[in-house]
Design a protein around this ligand. Structure first.
Ligand SMILES: [Zn+2]
Length: 273
């Protein structure tokens, strides 16, 4: 069961911001989200990427400001609907969406999937839905992007059995009960942030989401310092999570990150013109 990843948008940032010793030149970062077909659960998505709810139409002032600062350039052909069409699916056929964390670039298109069950950190979601908007904003979370009935559709990541992941990665949550996809806690970037290990692939894959923005930055001497450290929810936990991901890679695993500008063999090929 091999996932594919689409790119919902580009965000340009100076390389030095996310890679120690990098250039000052601005690099187009991707905003990936994933898709796979599980033999019993059917079509599953991993996050949803950036979508028009961040960039246009009626939005909260906070979301407008966020959009003005980051300025994501949406990739029209990389949005969920055209991508699913390419894969021979309609959006209402996606039965499950795994939400790795609640940042805007991961949840912006959840509105397209009003019926999907959502696998996420349920306790954290309840906290987000209860606490004042300013607290969420401080953590880069916009309530207006979360579906109103989110809580009733959520299935808790931490409610499923634990299983040992390959290559010394440690324990993860066995999301489908068959060992195929394990949710791996990678705290630090955002509260509750987790990655996904595709344990049954010939070379196990860890989608480490936002643990770093490019794979070179996993190396101890290439990890960005200030001001990237300001963005982290918990810099110490982030360093620990980065070490865990790097050790998995050094043990022979493959790592994919959401924003890595480099192409991955898991990227859905650009459509021929
Ligand atoms: Zn994030």
């Amino acid at each position: 069961m091999k996932p594919v990843f689409a790119n919902s948008a580009f965000v340009t940032a100076p390389e030095r911001l996310f890679l120690r010793g990098g250039a000052w030149r601005r690099v187009p970062l991707k905003v990936r989200y994933g898709f796979f077909r599980h033999p019993t659960a059917g079509p599953v998505m991993i996050d949803t990427g950036y979508g028009p709810r961040v960039t246009e139409g009626p939005r909260s002032l906070a979301l407008r400001l966020y959009n003005a600062i980051l300025g994501p350039n949406l990739a029209a052909e990389g949005q969920p609907e055209p991508v699913l069409r390419r894969l021979g699916l309609k959006s209402d056929e996606v039965g499950t969406i795994i939400v790795t964390h609640f940042h805007a670039d991961h949840v912006a298109s959840l509105n397209l999937f009003p019926k999907a069950r959502i696998i996420a950190k349920a306790d954290l979601l309840r906290k987000i839905l209860k606490q004042p908007a300013r607290k969420n904003l401080r953590h880069g979370i916009f309530r207006d992007l979360l579906p109103a009935d989110f809580a009733s559709r959520v299935e808790d990541v931490d409610g499923v059995a634990v299983r040992e992941a390959p290559l010394g990665l440690g324990r993860g949550r066995d999301l489908f009960g068959d060992g195929s996809v394990l949710a791996i806690d990678l705290p630090g970037h955002a509260e509750g942030h987790f990655g996904l290990c595709f344990a049954g692939l010939p070379v196990p894959l860890l989608y480490a989401v936002d643990v770093q923005w490019c794979t070179e930055a996993l190396e101890e001497d290439r990890r960005p310092g200030f001001p990237a450290s300001l963005i982290a929810d918990n810099p110490q936990a982030l360093a620990e999570s980065t070490r865990r991901v790097l050790a998995f890679r050094q043990a022979g695993g493959e790592v994919l990150l959401c924003h890595d500008p480099a192409e991955s063999r898991y990227d859905l090929a650009a459509e021929a013109p």
